[in-house]
Ligand binder design. Structure first.
Ligand SMILES: [Zn+2]
Length: 262
């Protein structure tokens, strides 16, 4: 995570916010939804090749009576390995009956001649990552449904919204049920204090930090005004909360209390 220029010390910033500077857990929350007979997965986490404990997802789904083959729709926010890894692995689609919904900008970026990482602070093997993502898209090709910003699926229950910067085709999802609304913000925030306290914090994985920050500012301003319920893929489990204004340019993540009814 990188700071705004005027606040260069992350440990100090975390301590000032009452957080432990040595604990920067990056959570991975996978949302599973039901609508009538449809079963919708929002991102799939790491796959069996990256996570030796990968079977937890099948176990968790089995405990509520859902098999991988029952998933009818998978929403892909973007193609980093912690989101796409669990969708395709070893040349196989892990959710064989799922339409995989993705923004056109995301597919075009990775399949483009030379994906542009000139603005990114990533230091890992970018060529290997590009090869892996292209391979995943090839595997998923028969199931891919390519969208534009604002497209709706499932009779308007889900709206796919462009939120670029983290990747070119990074998407967030507005989920409606009756008069309730939940905004799945995908990788708009990777930490529940820093990026809210000042949206100018950014993560090295961003393809274009400047655009990612602008997108974060815009969407935080909206949801801090509407108090829409929010679900964060990388925020502390279970990832549910609201965003409220805090100070002149900042926000605060307020985690919701929750309960499970089985
Ligand atoms: Zn991520």
């Amino acid at each position: 995570m990188r700071p705004p220029a005027e606040r260069p010390d992350m440990s100090k910033a975390l301590t000032a916010l009452g957080e432990r500077p040595d604990d920067m857990t990056l959570y991975v929350n996978i949302l599973l939804l039901r609508k009538d007979k449809e079963v919708i997965l929002v991102d799939a986490g790491f796959g069996p090749h990256q996570n030796p404990n990968w079977g937890w997802l099948a176990d968790a789904m089995e405990s509520i009576g859902i098999a991988f083959a029952d998933v009818t729709h998978a929403l892909l926010s973007h193609s980093h390995i912690d989101h796409i890894g669990g969708l395709a692995s070893g040349g196989k689609i892990l959710f064989p009956n799922a339409a995989v919904h993705v923004l056109r900008e995301e597919v075009d970026f990775w399949r483009g001649k030379e994906p542009d990482f000139s603005k990114s602070h990533r230091t890992d093997d970018i060529q290997a990552m590009i090869r892996n993502v292209r391979g995943s898209f090839d595997t998923l090709q028969p199931n891919l449904v390519i969208h534009k910003d604002g497209d709706q699926i499932l009779d308007g229950a889900i709206t796919i919204l462009a939120a670029p910067g983290h990747t070119d085709g990074h998407a967030i999802f507005r989920i409606k049920s009756g008069d309730q609304s939940l905004l799945h913000i995908s990788d708009l925030a990777h930490n529940h204090v820093l990026m809210f306290e000042d949206p100018a914090w950014f993560i090295d994985f961003d393809h274009n930090p400047e655009i990612a920050i602008a997108t974060r500012r815009k969407i935080f301003a909206e949801i801090a005004a509407t108090r829409e319920h929010v679900y964060g893929f990388h925020l502390p489990w279970p990832g549910l909360g609201v965003v409220i204004p805090n100070g002149r340019k900042g926000y605060q993540w307020v985690a919701s209390s929750h309960r499970w009814d089985f």
